[in-house]
Design a protein around this ligand. Structure first.
Ligand SMILES: [Cu+2]
Length: 364
């Protein structure tokens, strides 16, 4: 835990310009020079003895939001073999800030598992031999002890297996559920499983898969060096970073780049909230959830034209949006401090010709 005045935990900050047209988030560690976003007194970096940054095991933990399985195209029950490997790896939350992550298959959120209702699934969970801790996986799509957690608890260098039948449709979180499960989830161990209803989901032009979770460290956001996990901050539910896909501002031009789409596409977005603790007030700046499945409950009728929707920890929401005008759509948690100061932002960049009948930035 950071020593000294807790008010100083996050003195290195940058506003993300969430309301502007052009501005997107920058690295939090640039904020010390950003006079427009902080009072002078707030512009002092607390020196708390953050350790030097570690060498990284991987250049990236942020999952590519365009990588998810294709829609179900089969009409009778199938069997699936799902193999996942848990990895404990040091990587950067943002440039110059390292953290000891834990992941499924080296990415956050972990890979989406996609099946059809009444399919069967054999899950083989391998705990990489380089790891130090036991891990397991609890699928919220499973009827069974711990959602498979007890059957999949696995020591480093070993593999454990269980099988289940996906009896009910929806999209659900999976996560590590060892006794320190909040620590493991906050370090990155969560993902989503989509159980499509027997009649499938409506066709869309594109699907994207994001995950939100919060990271609790012993140093202020943006302070360069190695950030150790901070159990006291977690117990206070006071995160240092709140991330989309595991890293600060990963899916923006300051990270790995936005997702580019063509004007007119209809897009389905899966938003997994791993938590472990904070509800997301999920919102798209410059757009609206045209169709919204609360908690990913696809067997229920969706809502329409929802501006901001709660996505509680341990759930995955589904939204479908239309893209009638070119613009950067900003995916945020409308608890906007998390956007301005904790790293949470993703951009969908809609490309195409202007549509002044719908939006005219400069009317005559
Ligand atoms: Cu774990």
């Amino acid at each position: 835990m950071t020593e000294g005045n807790p008010q100083n935990r996050r003195t290195v900050l940058k506003a993300a310009g969430v309301g502007g047209t052009m501005s997107v988030a920058g690295c939090l560690n640039n904020a010390v020079n950003d006079d427009s976003t902080a009072k002078p007194a707030d512009n002092q970096t607390e020196s708390n003895g953050t350790s030097p940054a570690k060498s990284v095991d991987t250049d990236r933990v942020a999952a590519d939001p365009t990588e998810l399985p294709d829609p179900v195209d089969w009409n009778s029950p199938r069997h699936h073999e799902v193999e996942m490997t848990t990895l404990e790896q040091t990587a950067e939350i943002e440039p110059g800030v390292t953290f000891d992550y834990m992941t499924f298959d080296g990415r956050i959120p972990g890979p989406m598992v996609r099946v059809r209702q009444d399919d069967t699934v054999t899950v083989s969970l391998t705990n990489d031999e380089s790891n130090a801790m036991p891990h397991n996986v609890d699928f919220h799509a499973v009827y069974g002890p711990g959602g498979g957690a007890s059957a999949s608890t696995v020591q480093p260098g070993e593999t454990e297996t269980f099988k289940f039948k996906a009896k009910y449709p929806g999209v659900f979180v999976y996560h590590c559920a060892v006794p320190n499960l909040d620590y493991h989830i906050s370090s990155g161990m969560y993902g989503a499983i989509l159980v499509e209803p027997k009649d499938g989901l409506p066709e869309v032009d594109r699907e994207l898969y994001f995950g939100q979770h919060e990271i609790y460290t012993d140093s202020p956001a943006g302070e360069k060096g190695h950030h150790k996990f901070d159990f006291e901050a977690m117990k206070s539910e006071d995160p240092t970073y709140t991330c989309l896909n595991g890293e600060a501002y990963a899916i923006t031009s300051d990270g790995y780049g936005p997702v580019n789409v063509d004007k007119g596409e209809r897009i389905r977005i899966f938003h997994a909230n791993g938590g472990p603790n904070l509800t997301s007030s999920w919102h798209a700046i410059g757009n609206v959830w045209e169709t919204f499945y609360r908690d990913g409950a696809v067997a229920s009728e969706p809502d329409h034209y929802v501006e901001t929707a709660p996505v509680v920890p341990g759930s995955v929401a589904i939204a479908e949006i239309d893209t009638p005008v070119p613009e950067p759509i900003k995916l945020v948690d409308h608890a906007l401090t998390r956007v301005a100061r904790e790293g949470l932002l993703g951009i969908i960049n809609v490309e195409g010709e202007p549509e002044p009948e719908i939006f005219d930035p400069d009317p005559a």
